[in-house]
Design a protein around this ligand. Structure first.
Ligand code: NDP
Length: 291
């Protein structure tokens, strides 16, 4: 891919983004379709987000992804929020439209893509989320859309779980959202859940244990860890009890594909993006966490 005077620009705005696999996925997509576009890392320190976002239209960027810790600030600074960005109050994709910043959030669509890819069905079922941060909000919204009957939210900081509930409870009244303590007692609810999602950076290994009884994941339940690139100790221990386990890689690929379409207006070459993701993970040789 040769960069010239007509190359269209997109990128990822974040702080400490040395880990990001997004350039690998998006540039592979542009190559696969022969598009004169490039995706670059845009390292933006806290305090510089306003200047960086205002710079996007000024530099004729077509848009950008936004990652930690800037997703909430990007929502505040957007000229308009659309779809899930408005529901979540967080932006992971900006599109420059006639000089204005339009904020979107493709993380819920990314999680839906993962569910469909692996064939996990949550309609009418109970789901448990461990964690209540930004990713948990996106997962909660996705499983609501899929018709989950009840979502249990277990979080170290209980007030944050209540905030998640307050933000999302109006989206679909047919899904109940219930807050439980993140301890062995609270985690008993996992027994009745069809799907359990680890939305924390905790791996489940010694020193990073999740306070749950893995026996409660037996019987063909789904266990998903949002971290990607392999089988975390959480997933390994769930699999030993007979759970079907999945890492967060497909969520990453599908949220990237949805961002690609927002910028370009065309369907993303999903397989090329997936291959680029897998190669990058192989090169890196282990689990990583992308936000
Ligand atoms: P946030 O910082 O918004 O939330 C982190 C969550 O983890 C909070 O609920 C926090 O609890 C909890 N947590 C952190 N440390 C501990 C601990 N020591 N003990 C108990 N709970 C803890 O992060 P995100 O929601 O954005 O990301 C969460 C995970 O999901 C990360 O691993 C991230 O990489 C991954 N992710 C993967 C994506 C993908 O595409 N595959 C997309 C987005 C995220 P508390 O509220 O008490 O602080």
């Amino acid at each position: 891919m040769e960069i010239d005077g007509n190359t269209q620009l997109v990128g990822i705005i974040g702080h400490g983004i040395h880990y990001t696999l997004s350039p690998a996925m998006h540039n592979a997509a542009f190559r696969a379709l022969g598009m004169n576009w490039v995706y670059v890392p845009l390292r933006v320190a806290p305090g510089k987000v306003t200047a960086a976002l205002r710079g996007l239209p000024a530099l004729d960027f077509r848009g950008a992804n936004v990652t930690l810790p800037h997703k909430l600030e990007a929502a505040r600074l957007s000229d308009e929020l659309r779809g899930d960005a408005e529901v979540l109050g967080a932006v992971n994709t900006l599109v420059v439209e006639e000089g204005r910043l339009v904020g979107h959030n493709t993380d819920p669509v990314g999680f839906l893509g993962l569910l469909r890819e692996v064939g996990a069905e949550v309609g009418g079922r109970a789901v448990a989320l461990i964690g209540a941060g930004g990713a948990a909000r996106s997962v909660a919204l996705a499983v609501m859309r899929e018709g989950a009957r009840i979502i249990y939210v277990l979080n170290r900081t209980e007030s944050r779980a209540h905030e998640l509930r307050e933000r999302l409870k109006g989206v679909d009244a047919s899904t109940e959202i219930r807050v439980e303590k993140l301890d062995k007692e609270g985690a008993r609810v996992l027994r009745e859940c069809h799907l359990v999602v680890n939305c924390t950076p905790l791996s489940g290994e010694e020193g990073e244990e999740l306070p749950l009884d893995y026996a409660d994941l037996s019987g063909g339940k789904w266990a998903i860890d949002l971290k990607y690139g392999g089988v975390s100790p959480f997933l390994r221990r769930a699999a030993e009890r007979g759970a079907r386990v999945v890492d967060g890689g497909e969520m990453l690929v599908h949220q990237a594909a949805a961002s690609f379409t927002l910028w370009t207006g065309i369907a993303a070459p999903l397989e090329a993006m997936r291959q680029a993701y897998r190669e990058a993970v192989r090169r890196r040789g282990g689990m990583e966490a992308e936000r």
